[in-house]
Design a protein around this ligand. Structure first.
Ligand code: FES
Length: 150
């Protein structure tokens, strides 16, 4: 299964890196958080519109490596229409999946994001995949305006 995932992983990452979804500055966002990876200097800004506890819109700006761009692009697609609680659950699952804390990955629960499970094999790239998600976590908690992966 992991061979299949590896091919899919490459394909999805290329696609989202070449053609990132929701790559735009949002007018009047409810949340705006900057995520920074000081190891490489990559930076992104995540924008969210939240109404009645639901993420109505998500977009981002910034420049990063292929994995961080693909990860944030996929993330903005997946969290749209989710409640804050649901998005937090997805963050938890994603975090466990990429850090391998949990051993087994529930691929059904994580859906399309499973393609990023491949980063577990490259510890140096885990932060690339999780940068967007830590930024999301900060935006959902609504406490910090910027986060760093270090
Ligand atoms: Fe900077 Fe991937 S190399 S986030």
């Amino acid at each position: 299964m992991f061979d299949e995932l590896r091919d899919l992983y490459q394909e999805v990452i290329f696609d989202h890196n070449r053609n990132p979804r929701n790559f735009r500055v949002m007018e009047n966002p409810d949340r705006e958080v900057e995520g920074f990876n000081p190891l490489c200097g990559d930076k992104l800004t995540l924008f969210l519109k939240i109404k009645d506890g639901m993420i109505e819109d998500a977009s981002f700006q910034g420049s990063g490596c292929a994995i961080s761009t693909a990860s944030v692009s996929l993330m903005t697609e997946i969290i749209k229409g989710k409640t804050i609680e649901e998005a937090e659950e997805i963050f938890e699952m994603f975090h466990k999946m990429t850090t391998g804390e949990d051993g087994e990955i529930d691929l059904d629960a994580i859906g399309k994001l499973a393609v990023l499970a491949g980063v577990r094999e490259y510890p140096a790239r885990v932060k690339c995949a999780t940068l967007a998600w830590h930024t999301l976590d900060a935006a959902l908690k609504n406490k910090e305006k910027s986060i760093s992966t270090e």
